[in-house]
Design a protein around this ligand. Structure first.
Ligand code: NDP
Length: 357
């Protein structure tokens, strides 16, 4: 089976487009993503174009901030600070790599963790590894979504991730672990890499070496996710996997282009919506937050034929009566007199949405 990332990502974007219109109606504004690019690196320019195109497609407010190659670190940090403090900005992305005179670590840490749609801020990284609610990095999040959409079972399966970078290898390994796979992270010092990979039911290649993963790396029937983006001498885009050779062996495989790449951008859109919602619903004072969330839970009762949008993916839906919900989720849901106003009684059965953490 070919896992068609392009088609999956298109249908997710179509769904988000509807969600964004609904959000704009409900909150009077659209999610806003600001993308900062420094200099004229052609690859960066092309990635940024794709991101801005996706924001336009999904109906976001999105803007590009272009800074010259020789911009000082202080000016870039001041620009980020301005966006951090702008209440109408939900997500900030600084396109990497940055020119050598600017510290990427400093820049990533300067973005407010709540607006860090790339999921690279140290606070989001720490929260990921501590199993706390966080913004997930886009490529790893997209890989899990692809596996889910392709119906690939992860629990109890052996997964091998080739590559241990902070933006792909390590976080995707953690997400596979969270889905109860038994995970091995391989890298340039791994001995007999082909034999290690042949053990895998799920093989993720995030190396950056054209067609390195040949058929002898792949267990028959395995799901193979190719993250690599490499240019051959004749200018062709290829992955880390020798697609033609592996296709007959793998049970499922992502192509390059048209696999992980489009999903990365789509997950960036998803993260922006989630940041928007966090700020609209939860980014208030403690009292406002709980009042709004409570009202929101009532509004989302699907007995009233309201649909549950995808941006609530990190929320949990529970089918139960109102009084059962009160017991399960005390702290978040406190049934009050207000409930009567909304016509909800203790025995009202419905699907209620609660935050996971
Ligand atoms: P990095 O260069 O940061 O990491 C590459 C990893 O591969 C390192 O951990 C390195 O090991 C390992 N590696 C290198 N050579 C070998 C080898 N011969 N055998 C085994 N492991 C090896 O890359 P990224 O993680 O940033 O990206 C990986 C690829 O994915 C690139 O092609 C990149 O363009 C692409 N990419 C695609 C995205 C998408 O949206 N589709 C998004 C992000 C990246 P060691 O640590 O030992 O050096």
């Amino acid at each position: 089976m070919i896992i068609d990332g392009k088609q999956i990502s298109q249908s997710l974007k179509d769904a988000m487009k509807i969600e964004v219109d609904a959000l704009a109606e409900q909150y009077g504004r659209r999610p806003c993503l600001m993308v900062i690019i420094v200099g004229d690196n052609p690859a960066s320019r092309s990635y940024v174009r794709g991101k801005i195109k996706a924001t336009e497609y999904c109906g976001f407010d999105g803007h590009l901030v272009e800074l010259p190659e020789d911009v000082s670190e202080a000016t870039l940090l001041a620009e980020i600070d301005k966006l951090n403090n702008d209440p109408l900005v939900d997500g900030i992305l600084v396109q990497l790599p940055l020119p050598k005179h600017i510290s990427e670590d400093k820049v990533i840490a300067a973005i407010s963790a709540e607006k860090d749609v790339d999921g690279f801020h140290p606070e989001n990284v720490a929260r990921l590894w501590l199993n706390q609610h966080c913004i997930l990095p886009c490529t790893p999040k997209g890989i899990i979504e692809l596996l889910d959409q392709a119906g690939v079972e992860m629990a109890g399966k052996k997964a091998v991730v080739i590559g241990r970078s902070n933006i792909v290898g390590k976080p995707v390994a953690k997400l596979l672990l969270d889905r109860n796979a038994t995970v091995t992270i391989a890298h340039s010092r791994t001995k007999d890499l082909a034999a290690v990979c042949r053990e895998a039911d799920i093989l993720v290649a995030a190396v950056g070496r054209a067609k390195m993963v040949t058929a002898e790396y792949v267990k028959p029937g395995a799901a193979v996710i190719d993250v690599g983006i490499n240019r051959t001498e004749d200018g062709k885009l290829v992955g880390d996997v020798d697609y033609e050779a592996v296709l007959p062996v793998a049970g499922a495989i992502t192509p390059v282009p048209g696999g992980v790449g489009p999903m990365t951008i789509t997950m960036l859109m998803r993260n922006t919506i989630e940041c928007f919602l966090e700020r609209q619903i939860l980014g208030k004072s403690y009292v406002q937050k709980h009042f709004q969330l409570r009202k929101f839970l009532i509004d989302m009762d699907i007995n009233e034929q309201k649909y549950i949008p995808q941006y609530l993916s990190h929320y949990n839906s529970i089918k139960c009566t109102c009084s059962q919900l009160k017991r399960k989720c005390c702290g978040i849901w406190k049934v009050s007199k207000r409930r009567k106003k909304h016509g909800i009684s203790e025995q009202n059965e419905g699907t209620y949405i609660t935050r996971l953490q």
